[in-house]
Design a protein around this ligand. Structure first.
Ligand SMILES: [Zn+2]
Length: 905
């Protein structure tokens, strides 16, 4: 410690002493307490409080107390200037009770202090406590109570917040007392109830003489209530939000004076605002907490979307936390979807969507009885397939897959079932009373209160029910709980739905992957076959007659068809140009061949012929001058793949039968599938003939293959034809831009696809019969499966119309196309000429058929009927083996009729 400054009998240096005292307040305090005389102390205090010598700084916000002696306490209200304390301070300072300090304050200043005291208090409990203490100070009341208004408009009531708070009751004491007993007073009952109801104060001079006064409390506590001042507390809008009441005066005055009433009233006006603020704050804190919980829930829903059990557990835990209940369960419907269900759901057309439930109605247990529920269950048991239950305080989730027997034996499941089948919210306040006695046994025995709510998915389809059991405070679930739970159920619905869809999608994807692996294993060529082909010599193009538009595959073996294909790729120098490993080319050709079905016309041979025509167009037709190597590669690949996996039925048939393919692609259905198959083969190990292409070339060639394959849909041809004709009419010579190249390639694809029409007559008429047979097969299927009359072209009964239909086909599609192509590209003329010749043949035949001179089913249909030997009859006519309507007529009858028909035709 720094020694005290020397005085040396001289005038002490005040500044030095002052500084020293400032830095050693303990010494000053000790000296004042223990050594200074009473007189000196008194002087010191007076000096301190005189305006000119004030040295104590007051904290502007809070009260500062400065202990000087054991006996004395100075209490400075903030911002009260010492000047305003006036001259009779001594008396006041000797009083240890702080309220006496206020007495002498300027009333308005004191008032402002007390207002400030409450203005910043947002904790409603602390606020109410402060109000009561301050009111006691202001009015010298002995004790005070405060009630807050609650409940819906039609049945409002007061709830005691604090009662019998004295000026010196601490916050903790007040809270303890308030929690020990909750007093509830309906509006209009007793003194406080009347004040609340009438919104006017009551000032009673003799409590025991007032009939509204309740003596019971006095009897219990031994306190004697004499006078009461009771006043309403209103909010900004003037509505009663509470009542404050003060009892007896500390100075034993016989009544609360008009002045007391005025001060009390003024003060409560501000309290009303304070309480409303605090209540709003409390609400917003609650709202914030709820939002936090919902936000957390939303977050977990997105995190947990890959596991239903985790998700539901999380949801149940949050619900339990939020709504403070003992148990929680989630019942799910139809979760046990088998694979067929997944697929069905995915391929389901929008019009077949599951029925929608009407919007939720709220229903409390009052409007439906336990008996109704049991009846409902017997009539319409709910097919819950999985039940999740949160047990052991939320630490364990029980997952069960109940049988219908289990469900029928469970009252809780029946309650959930009611919510599910009616789509209504059930809030049951007293389970035992609600259920008939016999049903309160079993699993609902320990349930006191239940809140049960349907869970909908995003499409408002019911997917389950959430059930909360036993609210912690033993009270029923409130309206507020129901609202919150409703918001909750919406999140649950979304989350569960997403998770289910995700799980289904995962399963489907895995399934598809397996299927694809399995398929591509079986669908691609074996190594043995590939190596065999690799080793063999590839005959020359001349040997196969590949350069000719009159190429015929009839005499080629299957092996030879593969070699012919390879020859075309070699002949165009594509293998070298694009670094196609020879073994990969062989495997790819074999794989493509393997992926054509053995249907009558749209099979591998058709693909080969189409490809050969494209090759002949490039070479003999001299179209290669319009194409670069990549385009030639793409077009040959497109031709060879353009009917992959054809099923012998057309697009219209896919649509009519709603086949999965038609659901996948609504237009150019089969063509999309042919392309998909093409991609599938290319993507299978060691089948990718494009493997050495640069990414850019790869992208271009794939796009070209796709466009070319899609353009073999005749519907597409009709769309593109006019544009093409327009270009030709304008004398177009430059086919290099992308759109023009697209158009030209498309026309070439169609020209190749229908090129059987340009083959020598013997070939054309044999192929026409194959086409007709395939069509008739489809017609038969339509009759059998769809009970529909097929179009003429596919109607076996109208096979004699074939020649006429061929003429129509040539006139509408083939001749105009070959005409414009050979006019523009003269080397293509053979296609036009061949077609024109065949038209003549079909025309002749149609006329013969018209005259009854021939029958198209004979191998040589243009020969006169009389030349056919008798034996021929049984061999033809119906070449189709499958599904065609079997004639009920006996064999002899058929022969006879046939013969007759032949003559007739
Ligand atoms: Zn085709």
């Amino acid at each position: 410690m720094v020694p005290p400054p020397q005085t040396d009998g001289c005038e002490p240096d005040l500044a030095v002493v002052g500084t020293w005292l400032e830095s050693n307040p303990d010494v000053l305090e000790k000296w004042l307490k223990e050594y200074a005389s009473a007189e000196l102390r008194e002087r010191a205090f007076q000096a301190i409080n005189s305006p000119t010598t004030t040295t104590i700084n007051h904290n502007s916000k809070t009260c500062t107390s400065f202990n000087l002696t054991n006996q004395l306490q100075i209490w400075y209200p903030p911002s009260v200037s010492t000047a305003s304390l006036g001259g009779d301070n001594e008396r006041k300072f000797q009083n240890v009770r702080p309220q006496c300090d206020f007495k002498s304050l300027e009333e308005s200043d004191l008032f402002m202090e007390l207002i400030r005291d409450i203005a910043n208090e947002l904790n409603i409990d602390k606020l109410c406590h402060k109000i009561l203490k301050n009111v006691s100070l202001l009015t010298n009341a002995d004790r005070g109570s405060l009630f807050l208004a609650k409940g819906p408009l039609e049945s409002r009531y007061l709830i005691s917040k604090f009662f019998d708070v004295r000026h010196d009751t601490s916050f903790e004491e007040a809270i303890k007392l308030a929690r020990s007993e909750e007093i509830r007073i309906p509006f209009g009952v007793g003194i406080a109830g009347t004040v609340a109801q009438k919104k006017s104060m009551i000032n009673i001079k003799n409590a025991y003489e007032d009939p509204r006064f309740n003596k019971e409390v006095d009897l219990r506590t031994g306190y004697k209530t004499n006078i009461i001042l009771c006043m309403p507390i209103c909010n900004y809008e003037g509505d009663v939000i509470g009542v404050a009441q003060i009892i007896n005066k500390t100075d034993n005055s016989p009544e609360f004076s008009n002045h007391d009433v005025e001060v009390f009233q003024r003060y409560l006006t501000f309290c009303g605002i304070g309480i409303q603020n605090a209540q709003l704050f409390e609400l917003s804190v609650l709202e914030y907490k709820r939002n936090q919980i919902l936000l957390n829930l939303a977050r977990s829903i997105f995190e947990e979307q890959n596991n239903l059990e985790c998700l539901v557990t999380k949801i149940m835990r949050e619900a339990q936390d939020l709504l403070k209940c003992e148990r929680c369960a989630v019942y799910l419907l139809d979760l046990d979807c088998c694979e067929a269900n997944h697929l069905q759901r995915i391929v389901e057309r929008p019009r077949k969507l599951i029925q929608r439930h009407p919007p939720l109605n709220r229903m409390v247990s009052g409007s439906v009885s336990g008996h109704d529920m049991i009846e409902n269950f017997l009539r319409k048991p709910s097919p819950f397939t999985v039940i999740f239950e949160l047990r052991e305080g939320g630490n364990k989730t029980l997952v069960s897959r109940p049988s219908s027997f289990d469900l029928a034996g469970s009252t809780l499941a029946q309650i959930a079932g009611y919510a599910a089948s009616t789509g209504q919210i059930l809030n049951i306040g007293d389970v035992a009373e609600w259920l008939c006695e016999k049903h309160s046994e079993g699993d609902a025995e320990s349930a006191r209160t239940i809140l049960c709510m349907p869970i909908m998915n995003g499409q408002r389809t019911l997917i389950g029910v959430a059930q909360l059991i036993n609210k912690d405070n033993e009270a029923p679930f409130t309206e507020c709980d129901v609202s919150l739970f409703e918001a909750f159920a919406i999140f649950c619905g979304l989350g569960i739905h997403n998770t289910q869809m995700y799980e289904n999608a995962c399963k489907l994807m895995a399934k598809q992957k397996v299927a694809l692996e399995c398929l591509s294993y079986h669908a691609t060529a074996s190594n043995d076959a590939t190596l065999k082909l690799v080793k063999e010599d590839i005959p020359s193009a001349e040997r196969f007659n590949l350069y000719s538009f009159t190429f015929i595959d009839f005499d080629l073996t299957d092996d030879e068809t593969c070699k012919a294909t390879i020859r075309m790729f070699l002949e165009c120098n594509l293998v070298q140009q694009f670094h196609i490993p020879y073994e990969v080319l062989c495997r790819w050709v074999l794989s493509v061949k393997k992926n054509y079905r053995p249907v009558k016309y749209h099979n591998w041979r058709h693909a080969l012929n189409v490809t050969q025509t494209m090759f002949a167009m490039f070479k003999t037709g001299k179209m290669e001058r319009f194409m670069n190597d990549l385009e030639m590669l793409g077009l040959l690949v497109a031709c060879l793949c353009h009917d992959l996996d054809h099923r012998g039925t057309n697009n219209a048939f896919q649509t009519k039968t709603e086949s999965p393919l038609a659901i996948l692609y609504s237009t150019s259905t089969m063509e999309h599938h042919h392309f998909d198959q093409c991609v599938m083969i290319l993507n299978t190990d060691s089948n990718n003939i494009f493997q050495a292409l640069s990414p850019e070339d790869y992208r271009r060639v794939m796009k070209l293959v796709e466009t070319a394959i899609l353009s073999t849909d005749l519907a597409m041809y009709f769309k593109k034809r006019n544009k093409f004709l327009e270009l030709i009419d304008n004398g177009e010579f430059d086919w290099q831009s992308d759109d023009k190249k697209d158009l030209l390639s498309g026309m070439m694809m169609t020209a190749c696809d229908v090129s059987a029409i340009a083959k020598p007559w013997e070939v054309q008429h044999r192929i026409a019969k194959l086409v007709a047979d395939e069509f008739f097969d489809q017609g038969d299927l339509e009759k059998m499966q769809l009970k529909e009359q097929p179009i003429a072209m596919m109607d076996r009964e109208r096979k004699d119309e074939l020649p006429q239909m061929q003429v129509g086909f040539i006139d509408v599609i083939c001749l105009p196309l070959y005409k414009v192509l050979s006019d523009t590209f003269p080397w293509m003329k053979p296609l036009y000429q061949g077609t024109a010749e065949n038209r003549q043949h079909w025309q002749d035949l149609a006329e013969k058929v018209e005259m009854g001179l021939t029958w198209i089913d004979h191998d040589t249909i243009d020969e006169p009927v009389e030349l056919f030997p008798e034996l021929e009859e049984t061999k033809d006519i119906l070449t189709v083996q499958t599904l065609h309507p079997v004639s009920s007529a006996p064999q002899a009858e058929v022969k006879k009729r046939h013969k007759k028909l032949c003559y007739m035709l």
